[in-house]
Each structure stands twice: as structure tokens, then as C-alpha cells.
Design a protein around this ligand. Structure first.
Ligand code: ZN
Ligand code: ZN
Length: 291
């Protein structure tokens, strides 16, 4: 799969804006040169449990089929013992996904798939480097004063882009599971217990995002106030994500991707409709890329 199958237009625009900030790309290079990745990787190695066929295989086994479906190399996969439900992806030269025990406990198998697919979506869409930077920034790391050199507009641009990038990763997650499942996960993450969240009307919830947009767009001052509220958030509001993913689920782009995947799973080339073998990376009849 290609990033362009999933990148949300607002993600693309925000990335362009951020990278256009004078000095931004050079500063990122300097930050990486400090070797901080190795430090954070070491801390993670010491404080989390690395999942594998030999270590908690029931959790580990969620990951490989998702990577295969997306055609990405398998990242390292860790469990952190923490009752708070959370998941994140870090790194640059090597990439690892961490989920918390609170998350695993809370989610059904399909919901856990959706969350791991969302994290893999950040890898596929090449978000991880800047995400890692945003994580370090929010943890208050200074990196020898290098992170302090990020100007206030650059910091807000990074967070703004991060929020938009979540919409792209949600699309990847919807492709691997379904738009409904992604919306359901939002409900689980913001509402907690399944007893209540299973009855949430997702369409009605999505309408709240439309209402929110109306309020925000009523006048310039409302827009400014809403911007002040959201500027330091790392994720968009849950209702906005639900609305965006249900809309994408109705789009031609999603239908085409889903039909392509359905054909491949039936061993049929989506391009020439002839029989293909599951091991093929390209259709041997027409050359169509199957991964
Ligand atoms: Zn994310
Ligand atoms: Zn073909």
C-alpha cells in the first residue's frame, strides 16, 4: 500500500507548512544527530516487555498480519505495564510500537487490531520521525537546548500537523478493520466501559462534529477561541475523528481500496481479473503491484 492511498489532504497541507518554516528541517537533523533515539530505545527496552511468539504470543499475533496487509516491515512491539489505555510509535532508524496493558485489557480483539493498524498507519505514512519529536517535546526533553530552539510557531505547527496526521492513520486503521470499528474504538477510548459505549449512536456523534464546525466558523473570534483550545492538543477531538472516518468510509477512495483488497484476498488480480498466487508481489499476467 502507498501513503497516498491514505494521506488526509489536511495532513499533507500541514506537513508542507511545517517543513516550510525556515530552519526546521536542519534543526530536526541536528536533533537526531545527538543520538537521543538510542537513549529512548534503551529506556523502552528496559522498562517494557518485548512481545514475540515466545512472549505473550496472544497479543503479539495481532501485529504480523496487519504489517503483511499493509506491506510494511514489521516493527518491534512492546507492552508497557500501565493501567492507562495508550499506544504510540517511536523511532527513526528503527521503529517500535508500544501498547499499554490497560489498553489490551480494555479492547476486544478487533478493537486492538484497529489500534495496532492505526500505529502501523503512522509507519506507512512516514509520520514516525516527527511524531517522535512531538513526544519528546511534550515530555519536556530539552536535548542540550536543541528542542528549545524550536520556535513557538514551529512547536504549534508540529502539534497542528500531528493532529492532522491522526486522520491519515485512522484511514489506514479503517482499511485494515472497518470505518465502524475505528469509530467504535474512539467511543471506547473516550467513554470507557463497553456497557455504555456499545450503545453509542456513532452517526449522531459524528453530527456533533458538524455542529462544532458550525460554531467554530460562525465568526473569526469563535475560530480564534477554538484555535486557542486545540493548539496544544496532540489529537483531534473524538467527534471530529468519528465524523472524518465515517465520511471516508462512504468515499470512492475507500470503496476502491476495499474492492482491491477483497479481490486480492480471493486470489484474483484487481487489474486483469486473472488468478494470482498468494506469494506473488506482482501479477505475473499484467505486472500490477499486489502489495
Ligand atoms: Zn496516532
Ligand atoms: Zn493482473
Amino acid at each position: 500500500m502507498k501513503p497516498s492511498d491514505f494521506i488526509h489532504p489536511e495532513d499533507e497541507a500541514a506537513l508542507r507548512q511545517m517543513e516550510a518554516i525556515p530552519g526546521f528541517p536542519q534543526l530536526v537533523k541536528k536533533i537526531l544527530a545527538v543520538g537521543i533515539e538510542q537513549m529512548v530505545y534503551g529506556v523502552n527496552m528496559a522498562s517494557s516487555i518485548r512481545l514475540s511468539e515466545k512472549q505473550l504470543p496472544d497479543i503479539y499475533r495481532h501485529l504480523p498480519p496487519i504489517c503483511e496487509k499493509l506491506g510494511i516491515p514489521e516493527p518491534e512491539f512492546y507492552l508497557q505495564i500501565d493501567p492507562n489505555p495508550n499506544a504510540w510509535t517511536s523511532g527513526d532508524t528503527r521503529i517500535w510500537i508500544t501498547v499499554t496493558s490497560g489498553l489490551v485489557e480494555m479492547m476486544s480483539d478487533e478493537e486492538l487490531d484497529a489500534i495496532i493498524a492505526h500505529e502501523c498507519g503512522h509507519i506507512l505514512c512516514r509520520h514516525v520521525l516527527y511524531h517522535t519529536l512531538a513526544q519528546w517535546m511534550s515530555q519536556g526533553l530539552s536535548l542540550d537546548g536543541l528542542l528549545d530552539k524550536l520556535t513557538i510557531p514551529a512547536k504549534f505547527a508540529l502539534l497542528y500537523w500531528q493532529r492532522k496526521s491522526e486522520l491519515s492513520a485512522d484511514r489506514v486503521s479503517a482499511f485494515v478493520t472497518s470505518p465502524q470499528t475505528v469509530a467504535q474504538v474512539m467511543a471506547r477510548l473516550s467513554g470507557g466501559s463497553q456497557r455504555i459505549t456499545k450503545d453509542i449512536n456513532l452517526q449522531e456523534w459524528a453530527l456533533q462534529a458538524e455542529k462544532y464546525n458550525e460554531i467554530r466558523n460562525e465568526n473569526a473570534w469563535n475560530k480564534t477561541l477554538q484555535l486557542a483550545v486545540t493548539a496544544s492538543l496532540s489529537h483531534p477531538f473524538a467527534a471530529v475523528r468519528v465524523s472524518e472516518i465515517l465520511k471516508w468510509g462512504d468515499s470512492q477512495q475507500y470503496r476502491t481500496l476495499a474492492a482491491r483488497q477483497e479481490a486480492i484476498s480471493q486470489n484474483v488480480c484487481p487489474n486483469c481479473n486473472r488468478h494470482i498466487e498468494p506469494t506473488w508481489k506482482y501479477c505475473k499476467h499484467c505486472g500490477y503491484c499486489l502489495i
